[in-house]
Write a protein that binds this ligand. Sequence first.
Ligand SMILES: [Zn+2]
Ligand SMILES: [Zn+2]
Length: 272
Amino acid sequence: MPGVRTAQLGAVAQYSNALRDCQPSLLRQALGVSKALIHWLITPTCLLCLEPGQAPALDLCRGCEDDLPRTGRGCAICATPVAGPAIACDACLARRPAFDAVLAPYRYEFPLVELVHRLKYGGQVAIARILGTPLARRIAERGPPAVDALIPVPLHAAREVKRGYNQAGEIARFAGEILLLPVARNFATRLRATEEQAALPAIVRRINVSGAFAVRDVELPAAVAIVDDVLTTGSTADALARELKRAGCRRVEVWAVARAARAPDAAGYETR
Ligand SMILES: [Zn+2]
Ligand SMILES: [Zn+2]
């Protein structure tokens, strides 16, 4: 019942995360009890099924984590689903992106669409833990990550101020905690507020993000992973990867929680 489950997300997210993320410090002062005791008292609750979540603080139960829609076999470079024995998709063969590999464990479908929307547009920053934790776990299953640092796709400063946070930065924070990787938030900046990518055709997306990023003139780690919530055409990640390589990174991976289907219609527009 996607409708019912979607409706549950907001109420439960606000309830359990507000309690856990905001109240403990107040309660600790007021009652003089330890944070550990508060965490014991306020157990996480799965946003999707309302069963107990995963201790100590993940509002997603193991069953619902296992049910998240996984991506299948894809292009070795961009992870787009490919048919038959092809190693790389037609788009990557025609124009190789600047990044070296994409790790996107999930398909951008229910319930990830709802979770991402609530994180990006609903102000529910705590959902970043529900997205960042499975992302990190699926990456860890493949073996030790081949990168030295995580670089969240930056938001334009004005948009980050308006939203109050960068959702990619929050996802990277939780993924980095699990994978013991530092999050480098200040290496890259977004020079201008590009139009929302979701509604644009693929070719316009490339033009839209070209020149959108700048990378600081500092010594960068040799291998980094760009972290984002959803990857669609990859044009944003491609533009940032290009700048990172220009600045000295030798290997740039892209880690996205979900991969949206590339399904251009006759006019070349992508569906989301
Ligand atoms: Zn559940
Ligand atoms: Zn590809």
